[in-house]
Design a protein around this ligand. Structure first.
Ligand code: ZN
Length: 408
């Protein structure tokens, strides 16, 4: 009898304990992987997604936040940034890179991929100083140049420092965080830089991301995406002004769809100089939307037309892409492209990386790399960002008590 009472008391205590740490109530959940776009509640427990369902009682959670009228999405994945900041690479790279945590959470971003700022020679430093010390989840693509983008621009022209074996070896040893190989800024007429990057990617079983730099007749862009890149490899800077995209009548060139059919991925990589309205607007109108949206975040791009991830996403909304597709291109698609399918969705037991976004209506202007403006009437703003179940950004203090009713 006593034993039964004890069990009943334990059961009652367990019943009284809130089951969830955090409950986001009444938001419009967009989760491309799970084909969800509906008003649902999201509960978080132990840093993971606990349940996504309608009408979860507030009493089940230690803290409940009303997010009605807002969008709840997986934490954004920005797969092209430059975050190898610090004193180690002052000349060109160090001063143009930013530290991730200062720029990610305020834009709803919880995961970034550094696109080739480091190479096999200095990746250890990048890992110790940035990857291991950031709250943002930071992955890396290794530059095929051993010194990465470190030092002067001519470092990236040094074909003698493009070693597929050593690059692949460092990638394999750090396979928990190295997700690809990057080739960038190569100006020479040969294919050597691209082909060595692809060779490193083949040896390490990871994709290659290409910034094609100087477009030259000796190595046509069409051959890059139709012959040299493998399915799953990524061309970033999709709407760069010099990409052969439209015929003289403004119609999309059919080879772009052939390249996509081969499995080559087209990523935005907006950057300071790599996004043109004259390319993007007709391309999107004719159905050539990006596979993934990324910023190419660095000091120059963030202070020019790029600004941040949400501004780039807003550009595509105002060009006519629907919000669900824009969110898919900024969450699940990039997670899949970097072979990290545990991210970019809100499946039960997935890491609780979440963005709570507001779609603001008004008169806005969006600027491209030629400093031309497109007017728009919608803009995404990050109200709240959650990383591993912790609130790391809260624009309007939705998770805080009002000061005049505070219990402390
Ligand atoms: Zn870049």
């Amino acid at each position: 009898m006593t034993r039964t009472i004890c069990l009943l008391l334990i059961a009652a205590a367990a019943w009284a304990q809130p089951r969830y740490d955090l409950l986001l109530k009444g938001g419009h959940v967009i989760d491309a992987k799970n084909h969800v776009s509906a008003v649902l509640d999201v509960a978080v427990s132990g840093g993971r997604i606990a349940v996504v369902a309608a009408n979860i009682p507030a009493g089940n959670a230690r803290r409940t936040i009303d997010v009605s009228d807002l969008y709840v999405t997986p934490g954004l994945v920005d797969m092209h940034v430059h975050v190898f900041a610090g004193s180690m690479n002052r000349e060109y790279l160090g001063e143009d890179c930013v530290r991730p945590d200062g720029f990610t959470f305020r834009s709803g971003v919880t995961t970034v991929v550094d696109a080739g700022s480091s190479g096999w020679r200095n990746f250890g430093e990048f890992r110790d100083e940035i990857i291991n010390k950031s709250k943002t989840r930071v992955f890396a693509m290794l530059n095929i140049v051993g010194s990465g983008m470190g030092g002067r621009m001519d470092v990236e022209q040094n074909t003698k420092d493009m070693d597929p074996e050593r690059t692949a070896e460092v990638a394999r040893r750090n396979s928990d965080v190295v997700v690809g190989i990057k080739i960038a800024h190569y100006a020479g007429p040969e294919w050597i830089a691209v082909d060595r990057a692809v060779e490193a990617g083949r040896l390490a079983h990871i994709p290659v991301m290409v910034d094609f730099a100087t477009f030259r007749p000796e190595r046509p862009f069409q051959d890059l995406v139709l012959k040299h890149l493998r399915p799953g490899d990524i061309y970033t800077h999709a709407y760069l002004s010099v990409v052969p995209m439209l015929d003289p009548q403004g119609r999309l060139l059919p080879y772009l769809f052939d390249a996509r059919k081969r499995g080559v991925i087209f990523d935005v990589g907006h950057g300071g100089g790599s996004f043109s309205w004259k390319q993007a607007i007709p391309a999107v109108k004719q159905g050539f939307v990006p596979d993934s949206i990324s910023t190419d975040l660095h000091v120059d791009s963030m202070n020019a037309g790029m600004k941040n991830m949400l501004n780039v996403m807003s550009k595509f909304i105002n060009m006519g892409m629907n919000l669900d597709d824009v969110v898919a291109c900024s969450t699940w698609h990039p997670a899949r492209e970097i072979h990290h399918e545990e991210l970019g969705h809100l499946t039960v037991s997935a890491p609780a990386d979440i963005a709570v976004l507001r779609l603001v209506h008004g008169d806005f202007g969006f600027v491209d790399s030629a400093r031309l403006r497109m007017k728009g009437d919608r803009k995404l703003v990050a109200e709240m960002t959650i990383r591993n179940g912790h609130i790391v950004w809260d624009l309007n203090g939705m998770s805080s008590e009002d000061w005049d009713h505070a219990t402390r």
